[in-house]
Design a protein around this ligand. Structure first.
Ligand code: CMP
Length: 154
């Protein structure tokens, strides 16, 4: 199923100048970036985004981190993109993430785990709306699709 998911390249990704390398992973996989912007997360946006964590003991530290430097927000589209992107990220804690995943290859931290991605269809819809308005999505037909999968795989 064709899906869209929200991906955030977090402050550690920006500060470590890994934006290009991480975006390349998604492009190389055959996923399409259909919206992208750099922004500074405000405390209010952090509370909305991480609503399920606001009452947890680590929330203050999480908010301080996510607001500490700019992030890059992307809408990424592809077949089963929500699961595929989460699989590419690996386990939340970089210390536990499998080698070959983004966190497994670049992170040794639970908080500074480089990338966020929506964990299901409902959170994808909710989170995409938090970061993008409808007119910021750029629909296009990727010319490389016929070279990357058979027509009946859609
Ligand atoms: P993310 O995928 O962005 O979703 C919530 C974030 O909270 C998670 O990545 C981690 O960065 C952070 N997080 C989750 N669990 C903990 C924890 N126990 N202590 C500190 N940070 C956590």
């Amino acid at each position: 199923m064709l899906q869209r998911t929200l991906v955030l390249l977090k402050p550690d990704c920006v500060q470590r100048r890994l934006i290009g390398q991480i975006i390349s992973r998604f492009e190389n996989k055959g996923l399409n970036i259909v919206a992208m912007k750099m922004l500074r997360v405000t405390p209010e946006l952090a509370r909305q985004h991480y609503a399920e964590h606001v009452d947890k003991p680590f929330y203050r530290s999480l908010e301080d981190f996510i607001t500490s430097a700019p992030i890059v927000a992307m809408a990424i589209e592809g077949l089963d993109a929500i699961r595929v992107v989460r699989d590419m990220l690996g386990a939340t804690n970089g210390l536990n993430a499998a080698a070959g995943t983004i966190r497994g290859d670049y992170s040794s931290s639970r908080q500074m785990n480089l990338v966020h991605a929506s964990d299901g269809p409902e959170s994808a819809v909710r989170e995409l709306q938090l970061y993008f308005s409808a007119n910021e999505f750029c629909d296009y037909d990727p010319l490389l699709t016929p070279a990357m999968r058979a027509a009946d795989e859609a």
